[in-house]
Design a protein around this ligand. Structure first.
Ligand code: FES
Ligand code: MG
Length: 586
């Protein structure tokens, strides 16, 4: 232990006795001793994301005890502190607004206090990218600990997945099959224990990708929160971070272009949430790793779906763990040469070394590469005269949808429709079931005003259900596109993340109900069938009116974030923050 750790500057600095004394004395008042604090042992932060406000991550409060024991065992001193809580389903107007807020807060804590290494307690959707982004900006040794998914939900002998059941239940309610109480009861059965969403939503996706990136111990992502292996993993994680400090193994050693491409491949194979695109792009920008939106198509689109989890498949989180979890998926991809095996991970070994011998235990839950659940499970990156970029998960297009829209033998991958335009989610809810609205089976539902500026943080609203009258006629889904996102627990095949958004001056602001759109999945293209002259005329009119109107901010942070955020295609980061990288002077 020869390297002088950064915490010494606070806790043992003879050049500045006043400041040292002031820093030291208050850590004593809850029982730490001078001997401990001046021993030169690494001070390990436990960045606590769990609280009563963040129920998905709340179990971390319990797990932190085992993390502390691991830290102590390995010769470190634990200091636990809160991270701005984020609960995906509870935060209004949207949890996405808080990812960058939690990021900023955590950067300040890691930079401004005597912390030599940190355990990032990840889980609910945005808590994971917020923590990884901050650790990357500061670049001190960091290891992520997932809180783990909830146990499987069950209703009348069927697996009921969190989030996904809500999208099903809203159709059942629209069709008159259940009432409000039935709706709530179904949703409640999907959440039987501590932990995060048990579906392949954004949480399971981001925790799995954290492991694929090499930022958590192998096998740690899929362990359900209540299982005994979870606190055992917490203990191992606490032990390991102390060694990482001694080895000076930092996020910048782990987060490389190779590790991101590995994560993209894994994202396809697990059927990952579309939100992963935004979060990985954001992390890459803070890690100063070159990653382009088109990498998702070139490195991810053709990879098949191996993990049979809801919403795309049948099973849930417990099954994924029992089947072999992330290492088994990576081993399948390695067999096809689709993983950069030399990428380093937090345990000091490469991803190849960690996963080479991982086996599939339940072959219906994790498929082999030769017997996948679906082909081409990644994202298509679309272009258009309506936008610069958008993404689409084509593997979730249903057979019914395919039959209705993609069965013309002349152009089996393209269809035309008529736009019905909504300005934000309130407008949609007001109008969708109005019989006067011209919505038919040929309509394409368009959501705008839902991007990072229009709906601060960007809303998960692009997957819109058709009017109840169409659902009753058997039309369960209409094509949707928009400048916002969709929930990771929704299996809809929507065109998402249109950038630039309406509020940033994108052409989608000029679209009108009645305009024709042609979607060509072969060419990855959306054509807005309106003349250039007409577009120019509408642009002039919009500018004369002062641009696309969106609701005012309701809180100070909404205003600050709106002024600084980029678009979804580049991760929706706080643009002025990106230049701060490896901010700890080594
Ligand atoms: Fe928190 Fe799904 S709502 S993980
Ligand atoms: Mg969500």
């Amino acid at each position: 232990m020869t390297r002088r750790l950064r915490s010494r500057a606070w806790l043992d600095n003879p050049d500045n006795p006043d400041l040292t004394a002031l820093s030291l004395e208050r850590y004593l008042n809850y029982g730490l001793t001078l001997d401990e604090l001046r021993s030169g042992k690494p001070i390990i932060g436990i960045a606590q994301t769990g609280s009563d406000l963040a129920p998905c991550n709340r179990h971390h409060i319990t797990l932190a005890q085992r993390v502390r024991e691991g830290i102590r065992e390995a010769g470190g001193i634990a200091i636990e502190f809160p991270v701005h809580p984020i609960h995906e389903n509870g935060k209004r107007p949207t949890a996405a607004l808080d990812r960058n807020l939690a990021y900023m807060g955590l950067v300040e804590l890691l930079y401004g206090y005597p912390i030599d290494g940190v355990v990032l307690t990840i889980g609910c959707d945005k808590t994971t990218p917020a923590c990884l982004m901050a650790a990357s900006t500061v670049d001190i040794p960091a290891i992520a600990l997932s809180v783990g998914p909830m146990l499987n939900g069950w209703h009348k002998g069927q697996r009921v997945g969190s989030g996904s059941i809500v999208w099903q239940a809203r159709q059942m309610m629209a069709a008159g099959e259940i009432d409000y109480e039935g709706f709530i009861e179904l949703a409640a059965t999907s959440a039987p224990s501590v932990g995060y969403c048990n579906t392949m939503g954004t949480a399971t996706t981001m925790n799995s990708l954290t492991e694929a990136l090499g930022m958590s111990l192998p096998g740690s992502a899929a362990i359900p929160a209540p299982y005994r292996e979870r606190p055992q993993m917490a203990y191992a994680t606490g032990k390991r971070i102390v060694d990482m400090v001694h080895e000076d193994l930092k996020p910048s050693d782990i987060l490389t272009r190779d590790s991101f491409l590995n994560a993209i491949a894994v994202s396809s194979a697990i059927g990952g949430s579309t939100n992963a695109v935004v979060h990985l792009m954001a992390l890459a920008r803070h890690a100063q790793v070159e990653l382009d939106l088109t990498d998702w198509q070139s490195h991810g689109h053709d990879i098949p779906l191996l993990v049979n989890l809801q919403p795309a498949g049948t099973y849930l989180g417990e099954d994924f763990h029992q089947a072999g979890g992330v290492p088994a998926v990576i081993a399948q991809l390695m067999g096809q040469g689709l993983i950069a095996e030399d990428a380093r991970t937090v345990n000091g070994r490469t991803i190849g070394e960690n996963c080479r011998n991982a086996e599939i235990i339940l072959p219906d839950v994790i498929r082999t590469f030769d017997a996948p659940l679906a082909h081409k499970a990644g994202f298509l990156v679309l272009t258009s005269n309506l936008f610069d970029s958008a993404i689409m998960k084509t593997s979730v297009i249903s057979a019914d949808f395919r039959q209705r829209y993609l069965s013309d033998p002349q152009s089996p991958n393209a269809f035309e429709g008529v736009a019905v335009v909504f300005d934000g989610p309130e407008d949609y809810h007001k109008r969708i079931d109005d019989p006067a609205e011209p919505i038919t089976a040929q309509s394409i539902l368009v959501m705008r005003g839902s991007g990072t500026i229009g709906h601060p943080g960007s809303a998960e609203v692009v997957n819109m259900r058709p009017p109840a009258r169409l659902i009753k006629d058997g039309i369960k889904a209409l094509p949707c596109l928009g400048d916002g996102r969709q929930s990771g627990t929704s299996g809809s095949a929507s065109i998402l993340h249109i950038s630039p958004e309406a509020a940033a001056g994108g052409n989608i602001a000029l679209l009108k109900t009645g305009d024709r759109l042609r979607v060509d999945l072969e060419a990855a293209r959306v054509d807005w069938l309106v003349s250039d002259d007409e577009i120019a005329t509408r642009r002039q009119a919009l500018e004369a009116a002062g641009g696309y109107a969106y609701p005012p901010s309701q809180t100070p942070w909404q205003e600050v974030q709106r002024g600084l955020t980029g678009q979804l295609d580049t991760g929706a980061v706080l643009e002025p923050a990106v230049k701060y990288y490896r901010i700890i002077d080594r």
